[in-house]
Design a protein around this ligand. Structure first.
Ligand SMILES: Nc1ncnc2c1ncn2[C@@H]1O[C@H](COP(=O)(O)OP(=O)(O)O)[C@@H](O)[C@H]1O
Ligand SMILES: [Mg+2]
Length: 235
């Protein structure tokens, strides 16, 4: 479904990704693990079109998306829940969610209603806060809002960049269940996480990135048991 091949990218003249290849198949949840500063967010940005790759290729559902704009990539069904959950603090919950629809062609009142209903079914807390500004939400609620926004866009794959960062344990469990639920809904997930234990509990497979290179990959069970995981991630 998502295929990244030999991707090189960086900032200015500084290379950060040195030929990254990875694959996420339809219906899978895949973890991308690695210590801080290894290039995980840079990879998300390059896949999503926020950063133009220097070379290599990104394919989604069999078609090349390398070099397309973030908007075009979102239109094709790729959703990003960015690091530090960038919601719009001055907009209400409803307005934040409806922004997700801007990537949808031919959006109708019916579609808007159906998608909102779907998001609220998963996150009843957002429904209770529908007219509150984003800034009044707790960290966990903001994370729900960020996930809800890509659900509004009808994403077929969701890239999540450290969704549990800074959240209390109860909220981490909530996000974990949400990722499981996305799997049941047939949404494919690429999950970047510092919380390797949690990620390997919900994901089918995983990759470990070190200094812009994938150094290990395998089924989640294998990564859970491998000494390499401990060595590379310090967990
Ligand atoms: N906008 C930027 N400009 C220059 N360097 C950056 C920028 N963003 C990240 N970097 C650098 O790229 C490297 C990888 O960062 P990042 O992809 O955010 O890592 P991770 O998400 O794995 O923590 C780090 O050395 C970081 O300092
Ligand atoms: Mg990061």
């Amino acid at each position: 479904m998502l295929n990244v091949r030999d991707l090189h990218a960086g900032y200015g003249a500084t290379p950060i990704l040195f030929g990254v290849s990875l694959e996420v198949r339809e219906g899978e949840a895949v973890a991308l693990l690695g210590k801080n500063g290894m290039g995980k967010t840079t990879l998300m940005k390059a896949v999503m079109g926020f950063l133009r790759p220097w070379s290599g290729r990104v394919e989604f559902q069999g078609a090349g998306i390398t070099g397309l704009t973030p908007h075009e990539i979102a239109r094709r069904g790729v959703g990003l829940v960015p690091e530090n959950r960038r919601i719009f603090p001055g907009l209400t919950v409803r307005e934040n969610l409806e922004l997700g629809l801007s990537a949808v062609r031919g959006r109708s009142a019916g579609l808007r209603r159906d998608r909102l209903t779907e998001v609220f079914r998963h996150f009843p807390r957002l429904a209770e806060r529908i007219d509150q500004p984003g800034r009044t939400l707790s960290g966990g609620e903001q994370q729900m809002l960020a996930i809800g926004r890509v659900m509004m866009a009808g994403a077929r794959i969701i890239l999540m960049d450290e969704p549990t960062q800074g959240l209390a344990p109860a909220m981490v469990r909530h996000i974990r269940e949400m990722i499981r639920e996305l799997g049941r809904l047939g949404v494919t997930v690429l999950l970047v996480e510092q919380n390797a234990r949690m990620a390997l509990n919900v994901c089918d497979r995983g990759y470990i990135m070190e200094k812009g290179v994938i150094v290990f990959e395998g089924p989640a069970r294998e990564l859970r048991e491998s000494p390499v995981t401990r060595e590379k991630l310090g967990v």
